[in-house]
Design a protein around this ligand. Structure first.
Ligand code: PLP
Length: 433
């Protein structure tokens, strides 16, 4: 049996290049992180070889005594990491990732074409919360369920709870979804609970982005108000790629969530669980209960605040004016540029972040903002000082983008530049450096 570099030099060399890219760049994508060596060791282990359809003690394959032990340990650690009473909350650690976890919840508690309300994607929501355009039902969620998104108040950048309440009263959804991919503030869970109760809907929180912050109690706790909480495991939680579903043990709206959700995961939508991921997740959830993890999450939030404050000092407009969590959303439209160009220019300088739509964007193809997250570089040891420097680097990139746009968009300017560039004078001197 050969090691990777010997067995497959091609793949081995791609991994080497990717590793170098990850470690040499400033990684600011809000949904990414660097997991630990211990987690990667578990993910790269023999656990990947085993089939174990079903739940611990109720498997469809033999040879699962250690896999049962592992999954039970992972479940226990998940409940402990989120400070949950095992009499009140149950967990399924088998979802393959965040989108499948969400779809599993929908199929568990809804009938096809039941109504749902999640935050609209251009306002920070996730595809799996029911995104559709006027022309097309884009995500599976909007194909199989009737989706009426709620939105932000564009003047404040905050969720428009009044409008959510009005719309929910008319639309009568069976499920309201809290949570987002690009929302820098906490959700108002008590208000959402009230709205859900008034219309007889389930309330679910998709805490994928902020689950590490929730575990460390540095943001509001969704478990106090929601019936179901889903998450990915690879973002601020810093585990392997995967998903989890937490559910109330007592029936909600007459539904036994435990059996409905467990059955939706398997046999409903998945086959054998990824035991190597469950192994890595158990390791991550042990770490998530440590004082170091709490300190890390506090630093994630302070770093993000330092970044936000510096950007405001530099004159930038932030959606909602700032941040309560691990990300900021910068509205670049006042500068006359878009997020796509800035993403590209910063990529050339090994600063990795992503273009993002901001409330009021006319086109989803040319989003007017960028999303910047602090979890990954905080894992690399960056503190407030370094995040202030990051804001300054981003500012330089934005200035270059503005200059470059002026150069190519004014055609007379471009002609002038081309004439200038064609002159020998230009080629022989260092007038443009
Ligand atoms: N939910 C939220 C809020 C997300 O931001 C994401 C991914 O970015 C997901 C779900 C989907 O997770 P995955 O990419 O693991 O399917």
């Amino acid at each position: 049996d050969h090691g990777l570099s010997e067995a497959d030099p091609e793949v081995s060399s791609i991994i080497k290049k990717e590793k170098e890219r990850q470690f040499k760049s400033l990684e600011l994508i809000a949904s990414e992180n660097f997991t630990s060596r211990a987690v990667m060791e578990a993910v790269g282990s023999c656990l990947t070889n085993k089939y174990s359809e079903g739940l611990p003690g109720k498997r469809y394959y033999g040879g699962n005594e250690y896999i049962d032990e592992l999954e039970i340990l992972c479940q226990k650690r998940a409940l402990a990491a989120f400070h949950l009473d095992k009499k009140k909350w149950g967990i399924n650690v088998q979802p393959l990732s965040g989108s499948p976890a969400n779809f599993e919840v929908y199929t568990a508690i809804l009938n096809p074409h039941d109504r749902i309300m999640g935050l609209d994607l251009p306002h920070g929501g996730h595809l799996s919360h029911g995104f559709m355009t006027p022309k097309r039902r884009v995500s599976g969620t909007s194909i199989y369920f009737e989706s009426m998104p709620y939105r932000l108040d564009e003047s404040t950048g905050l969720v428009d709870y009044d409008m959510l309440e009005k719309t929910a009263t008319l639309f009568r959804p069976k499920l309201i979804i809290a949570g987002a991919s690009a929302y820098p503030r906490d959700f108002d869970y008590p208000r959402m609970r009230k709205i859900a109760d008034a219309v007889g809907a389930f309330l679910m929180m998709d805490m994928a982005h902020i689950s590490g912050l929730v575990a460390a109690s540095v943001v509001a706790n969704p478990f106090e108000y929601c019936d179901i909480v889903t998450t990915t495991t690879h973002k601020s939680l810093r585990g392997p790629r995967g998903g989890m579903i937490f559910f109330k043990k007592d029936p909600v709206l007459g539904v036994d969530l435990e059996s409905a959700i467990n059955n939706a995961v398997f046999p409903g939508l998945q086959g054998g669980p990824h035991n190597h991921t469950i192994g890595g997740l158990a390791v991550c959830l042990k770490h998530a209960q440590s004082p170091e993890f709490k300190a890390y999450q506090n630093q994630v939030v302070s770093n993000c605040r330092a970044l936000a404050n510096r950007l405001v000092e530099l004159g930038y407009t932030l959606v909602s004016g700032g941040t309560d969590n691990h990300l900021v959303l910068v509205d670049l439209r006042p500068l006359g540029i878009d997020g796509a160009r800035v993403e590209k220019i910063l990529d050339m300088a090994s600063i990795t972040l992503n273009k993002n739509s901001v409330p009021g964007d006319k086109s989803a193809l040319v989003p007017g903002g960028i999303r910047i997250g602090s979890p990954a570089m905080t894992t690399r040891g960056f503190k407030e000082k370094e995040f202030i420097a990051i804001a300054d680097f981003i500012h330089e990139g934005v200035q270059i983008t503005i200059d470059a746009k002026g150069l190519v968009s004014g055609s007379s300017k471009l002609q002038e530049f081309l004439k200038f560039a064609a002159s020998s004078d230009f080629l022989l001197t260092d007038k443009v450096s």
